[in-house]
Design a protein around this ligand. Structure first.
Ligand SMILES: NC(=O)c1ccc[n+]([C@@H]2O[C@H](COP(=O)([O-])OP(=O)(O)OC[C@H]3O[C@@H](n4cnc5c(N)ncnc54)[C@H](OP(=O)(O)O)[C@@H]3O)[C@@H](O)[C@H]2O)c1
Ligand SMILES: *[C@@H]1O[C@H](CO)[C@@H](O)[C@H](O)[C@H]1NC(C)=O
Ligand SMILES: *[C@@H]1O[C@H](CO)[C@@H](O)[C@H](O)[C@H]1NC(C)=O
Ligand SMILES: *[C@@H]1O[C@H](CO)[C@@H](O)[C@H](O)[C@H]1NC(C)=O
Length: 327
């Protein structure tokens, strides 16, 4: 009967419920929840790069490719497309809700304690979900409905976040774009440490002090804009090197039969960061998760480290008058 077992076993290995693709490893957050160590970004950019509808297809391709973490935000206007893409894959039986890890973010105009719950309910409605896995304060900065900076302390916002977690509308809570002193103040004043910090991390801004602080406090760092300025058509003229055609990077990529974007994502992963690359192109969505079968050498890591220039892409200077401007 062993042969029958083997045949059935082999069939189930090849069956549609077993991904033939890389599923990212997970990390346990300080609150006990598990989070995938790579996800799909769904922001279409300051200058919108395409219609929101593209995100639906990207989410479908991502789930098929093994992604389980999807990053969105109320301000991206992509929550509904995330819902559509996810619903298709849930209906097809490719994944179950509890296997997915959905992150969304509280926008700056809902920083008052009593505004947090309605804001999350609005996101849940768009996402067609009962709960999200992670809810983040998008920025430490508060604005009013006209976009003017207002003085609402993020400690008040954080208390609202603690309450929505208590009510079961999100499994984990965290913050985005907070600096070290703000994190320190948040922890000291409220006694509740964020499970996750989402900040810009890429070759040109590797955030060594922030990463060290987060490690010491058991805060997992999600790295946004992971490609930084490597694509020439997206890079500002003043952006430091490297670009995707950099000779040394191409050499490393060839050695592992990988691409330069994959080498960059692998480097961030090895730093302990959870990268959330955005793409709406199926082949790139697949390429970006295919980074779990090789490892960089210390020499290669040192080369990649040398590109750190404390150079930010996202710094939203229009809010620099906020008392809580983090950068
Ligand atoms: N918390 C925050 O304040 C904050 C701020 C910024 C971003 N984020 C999050 O982080 C995510 C990622 O950051 P991002 O969107 O700014 O930038 P990114 O992921 O570093 O780069 C996205 C760009 O790279 C292109 N691309 C992706 N994979 C590629 C590949 N393998 N080869 C060539 N080109 C590739 C994409 O084009 P195509 O789509 O055409 O492939 C897109 O133009 C966002 O989508 C969002 O979810 C959060
Ligand atoms: C927003 O702007 C309008 C028009 O200038 C003004 O009437 C309103 O009071 C402003 N709202 C806030 C919250 O400042
Ligand atoms: C190199 O990578 C490509 C794309 O993932 C794959 O199709 C090909 O089989 C790989 N070649 C080798 C020699 O591993
Ligand atoms: C962090 O943000 C605060 C505003 O809350 C600012 O005063 C401080 O200079 C920032 N710290 C760093 C290291 O950027």
């Amino acid at each position: 009967m062993l042969w029958l077992y083997l045949v059935l076993g082999a069939t189930s290995v090849l069956g549609k419920n077993t991904p033939s693709v890389a599923v990212a490893p997970t990390v346990r957050l300080r609150d006990g929840n598990l989070m995938p160590r790579l996800g799909l970004g769904t922001w279409l950019g300051f200058i919108k790069m395409g219609p929101e509808e593209e995100v639906r297809g990207a989410v479908e391709a991502a789930i098929d490719a093994g992604y389980r973490l999807i990053d969105t935000a109320n301000i991206y206007i992509t929550e509904e497309q995330v819902a559509l893409g996810m619903k298709k894959k849930l209906d097809e039986g490719v994944v179950k809700r509890e296997e997915m890890f959905i992150t969304t973010k509280l926008w700056n105009d809902a920083h008052r304690y009593e505004a947090v719950l309605p804001a999350l309910k609005n996101s849940l409605q768009k996402l067609e979900l009962e709960y999200v896995d992670l809810y983040l304060i998008h920025f430490p900065i508060a604005i009013d409905s006209n976009g003017s900076v207002v003085d609402v302390d993020y400690l008040e916002t954080w208390r609202g976040m603690i309450e929505v977690q208590r009510q079961g509308l999100t499994n984990s809570i965290g913050v985005s774009n907070f600096n070290i002193s703000q994190l320190q103040r948040l922890i000291e004043q409220t006694g509740v440490t964020p499970a996750v910090l989402q900040v810009e991390v890429n070759l040109n801004i590797q955030q060594p002090e922030l990463l060290e602080f987060c490690k010491a406090h058991n805060i997992v760092v999600m790295g946004y804009t992971p490609f930084g300025s490597i694509f020439p058509q997206k890079a500002a003229e003043s952006a430091p090197p490297p670009r995707v055609d950099d000779e040394e990077l191409v050499h490393i990529a060839k050695k592992y039969n990988k691409t330069v974007p994959q080498v960059v994502l692998r480097y961030l992963f090895e730093l302990g960061v959870v990268p959330i690359p955005k793409s709406v192109k199926k082949n790139r969505v697949e390429e970006n998760i295919d980074i779990f079968d090789f490892e960089l050498t210390p020499e290669e890591r040192n080369l990649l480290k040398s590109y750190d220039a404390n150079y930010k892409i996202v710094n939203v200077a229009l809010w620099k008058d906020s008392p809580y401007y983090p950068f």
